[in-house]
Ligand binder design. Structure first.
Ligand SMILES: *Cc1c(COP(=O)(O)O)cnc(C)c1O
Length: 428
């Protein structure tokens, strides 16, 4: 079973056409949510009914033009879509070779691609008559985007967050509370993302009639990898139309970072049938390839089950998810979306890694040469584009999905570089 647009000729040629088509899903879905040998819904019995209900409600919404009309309206009027494509001219000139282009998801309201699927999930919850959204968050980025979508649509929102993360991510905790979300501190052994997922699932399982579990990436049991993917396809559809309109040509490569894989899925799906377009997912190489020092699921993961899905997992000998590291907290995940595992197995997408040092270099060079401060997650994709550009001809274009802005990361980077609280000069 392949998961591709029915026909590439159905892809929009102009921005006006793109705006009309944005996020009308035309990707195949298998009834059980499998992607080759990956995906599906591997759940305890008490969660099977509630997830089947979500799958049915989404299947209905997917065929409802009014549902998508409201979604498109919010993307345009609140998120600010379409996001622009920026030519990184100074960076490209310094590197030589191909031109680097940036799809500016960092300019979205709330600062990343996450708002695209959070708004979709909020509309689905309303359609299902749910009172509240519930989710986990690690660094707080998904929590803030979801709390924003809840505020916009008049839903309650409950965010579970590890006690350690709450202490580390104070501004995001305050933002979520100001947006009206209830923030639950998870003070259980570990006190981090994994415990937050378990805790949010516990509450959801007790009262599934009240909540929609709003997952933060293309992960989890069916139907979530499909739902989140569909709401992110807007990114690739727009960029494809923008490049055709401006250059009359498709890019040589599309590059995106991969944590759970939602921004990459959004960036790639519109190009699946364009055999000449290389699709490249960039994972966090971290500090080294030693166990616990990276999160390279595609190269170091093995087939397993995590958070209700069959996928690749970085795991211990006893099958438990192993500790992982990334300089970017949004990429710090021991699994990956099941459709990415499938894309790797059929060879349609290449998966590579960039380490923390290359990422910090890319962060600084994009900031200095283009005046754009990228999220550390997105800087992984920039780092790989910088490596690729000199190997390609000058008339080739590399499209980077700049998944988010780096405001959240400036204090950390300044500390790493020894810049915090230091002026360049003092006058008296
Ligand atoms: C959360 C996040 C990511 C990682 O999530 P994916 O699902 O892999 O896209 C990447 N970039 C930014 C800016 C994020 O906030």
């Amino acid at each position: 079973m392949t998961h591709r647009p029915k026909s590439s000729t159905a892809e929009p040629r102009t921005l006006a056409e793109a705006a009309a088509l944005v996020s009308t899903p035309d990707l195949d879905v298998s009834p059980d949510g499998t992607f080759g040998e990956f995906g599906g819904a591997h759940l305890p019995p008490h969660l099977q009914g509630p997830m089947a209900e979500v799958a049915q409600a989404y299947a209905d919404a997917r065929n409802d033009p009014e549902f998508y009309a409201e979604y498109r309206r919010l993307l345009r009027d609140v998120v600010g879509r379409p996001s622009p494509v920026t030519e990184a001219r100074r960076l490209s000139a310094e590197l030589g070779g191909a031109q680097i282009l940036l799809k500016r998801e960092d300019l979205n309201h709330t600062g990343s691609h996450k708002i695209n699927h959070c708004i979709g999930e909020a509309l689905l919850a309303k359609r299902m008559g749910k009172r509240s959204l519930i989710a986990e968050t690690g660094a707080g980025q998904h929590g803030v985007a979801l709390a924003t979508a809840a505020a916009m649509t008049g839903l309650d929102c409950e965010i579970h967050m590890g006690a350690i993360d709450i202490a580390k991510q104070h501004p995001n905790v305050v933002r979520m509370r100001l947006l009206g979300a209830k923030v639950v501190s998870v003070d259980r052994e570990g006190r981090s993302l994994k415990e937050a997922v378990d805790s949010a699932f516990d509450v959801y399982a007790q009262r599934p009639q009240d909540y929609l579990f709003a997952i933060g990436s293309v992960v989890g049991p069916h139907p979530f990898p499909t739902i989140v993917r569909d709401f992110q396809t807007v990114v690739g559809r727009e960029s494809r139309a923008q490049l055709l309109e401006r250059f009359g040509a498709l890019p040589a490569a599309v590059v995106a970072c991969v944590g759970g894989g939602s921004n990459a899925m959004g960036a790639f799906t519109a190009y699946l049938d364009d055999a000449d377009v290389r699709l490249i997912g960039v994972e966090p190489g971290g500090r080294s390839a030693a166990r616990g020092e990276h999160a390279m699921t595609m190269t170091h993961g093995t087939a397993g089950t995590l958070h209700g899905m069959a996928t690749l997992v970085i795991q211990d000998d006893d099958g438990a998810a192993a500790p992982v590291h990334s300089i970017a907290s949004g990429l710090d995940y021991p699994g990956v979306g099941p459709q990415h595992a499938h894309f790797q197995s059929i060879g349609r997408v290449e998966y590579v890694a960039e380490d923390d040092d290359a990422v910090l270099d890319a962060f600084q060079r994009l900031t200095r040469l283009e005046g754009i401060v990228p999220a550390l997650e997105s800087a992984h994709a920039v780092a790989h584009a910088m490596r690729l550009a000199p190997t390609l001809p000058a008339d080739a274009r590399i499209l980077v999905n700049l998944s988010g802005r780096g405001d959240k990361d400036v204090d950390y980077v300044a500390e790493r570089l020894g810049l915090e609280g230091v002026a360049d000069e003092t006058v008296r």
